[in-house]
Write a protein that binds this ligand. Structure first.
Ligand SMILES: *Cc1c(COP(=O)(O)O)cnc(C)c1O
Length: 404
């Protein structure tokens, strides 16, 4: 008789987007005359940049000719893409990463879930609270998180690092020592960032206690302030304690096209064993590469036109972020984020819970967002709005919120 992975049974239901979706549908059915604007989605809306589309077309044509047809991609990804990544995302930032430290993948969600394969079940993870749920749930599936404590909405064997107004939405060094530390900056859901010296303190801490940092830099392209690090490898010593995950989803709109990469430095070793070679083994065994046409499209993002066109998209979203942030602040809300990230994090007014504010906003302004408590217990009393809507809808949504 076979047995299932019972860790899956310990997972609490993922109610957040199922519940917001249901509530929005029910509201629309009951109020067919009202136009609901969603600022809840964590997905891009602008179409792919023209140079990306042109490159996709020509790469498809290559696949149709015997002389240029491509089969399986190289294990780590095509060199033309890995070289562009190294030159633009690392060398240009003073970070010395070589191309055999870059592993092209189908996105940062897969990588952040799969990276756990190379770590023992007996590791204690630390996460920010609130947090992108993938880090915790994938560790729960691997049996690393203990039991779920319904009452506290926490796992018994996870170190939670509260990120609230009291900590300026940044994690503090935890009292209990973790083995694997997940950090994501610019942050989803809070939109916060930390300065380079603050990230350096995390690197120093990880080196001191022998922990590894999994650094999710999916929103790097949204950084607008000068002292915010673009990669953890700007920090001294990071190559001996950190893995970085990147994505083409938020900077270039590849959410439906799928492309990302992980950087696992060769210096990163556990008792003399190189994590780079473990990840190479895992990648080569369980993954057969992102499609050639998509890797070509990804390389197009690094061309001069690609940079210009994708920057225009990021600027479009960041203009929305500014409209939301400034509009809500003028209306008396306490808001953060939206400066180096496409997310605005606001404190619910009048001590409303996150879900009460969700209902209130939907009823009164016909605007949908995401309750902060859905991202973790320290998200209670907060609410996330995203800048990924259209300019027109964003303006109207803010106008309606102001009139509430
Ligand atoms: C959107 C997002 C990603 C990107 O995931 P992909 O699988 O590359 O689309 C990664 N991390 C966070 C925190 C995100 O919000």
């Amino acid at each position: 008789m076979y047995k299932i992975n019972e860790n899956y049974l310990k997972l609490p239901g993922s109610y957040l987007f199922a519940t917001t979706g249901r509530k929005i549908r029910e509201f629309i059915e009951a109020n067919p005359d009202k136009k609901v604007i969603s600022l809840g989605i964590g997905d891009v809306t602008l179409p792919l940049a023209p140079v990306v589309i042109d490159t996709l077309h020509s790469a498809v044509d290559e696949m149709g000719k015997a002389e240029t047809f491509k089969g399986y991609a190289p294990d780590l990804g095509y060199e033309f893409l890995r070289q562009a990544i190294v030159d633009n995302d690392y060398k240009a930032r003073g970070a010395d990463i070589s191309i055999d430290e870059v592993f092209v993948s189908d996105g940062a969600k897969s990588d952040s879930g799969n990276i756990g394969d190379i770590f023992d079940a007996d590791n204690k993870i630390a996460v920010c609270d609130p947090v992108y749920p993938v880090y915790v749930d994938t560790n729960a599936m691997a049996g690393r998180t203990g039991v779920y404590l319904e009452e506290q909405q926490k796992w018994s064997n996870v170190v939670y690092m509260p990120c609230t107004a009291a900590t300026d939405f940044a994690p503090e060094i935890p009292k209990e020592e973790p083995d694997i530390i997940y950090l994501c900056f610019p942050n989803n859901p809070t939109g916060s960032t930390i300065k380079k010296e603050e990230l350096q303190a995390w690197v120093d801490y990880a080196l001191k206690i022998g922990a590894v940092i999994i650094y999710d830099a999916a929103y790097e392209a949204y950084i607008s302030e000068g002292d915010v690090p673009h990669t953890i490898f700007e920090c001294e010593g990071a190559k001996a304690c950190a893995i970085e995950l990147k994505s083409f989803s938020k900077n270039a709109g590849f959410t439906g096209t799928r492309l990302g990469y992980a950087v696992v430095p060769k210096e990163l070793k556990c008792n003399g064993v190189s994590l780079n070679s473990l990840w190479a083994r895992r990648h080569g065994t369980k993954f057969n590469g992102a499609p050639y046409i998509i890797q070509r499209a990804g390389a197009a993002v690094y061309t001069p036109e690609g940079k210009k066109q994708t920057l225009n998209q990021v600027n479009y979203y960041m203009n929305n972020a500014k409209i939301i942030r400034e509009g809500l602040a003028e209306a008396g809300y306490i808001v953060s984020g939206g400066v180096n990230a496409p997310y605005i994090w606001l404190q619910t007014p009048d001590k409303m819970t996150s879900w009460e504010f969700f209902d209130y906003l939907l009823e009164k302004a016909n605007v949908a967002g995401t309750p902060g408590s859905g991202f973790g217990p320290s998200g209670e009393g907060y609410f996330r709005l995203t800048a990924f809507g259209s300019y027109e809808n964003t303006l109207e949504a803010v106008e309606r919120i102001r009139k509430m």
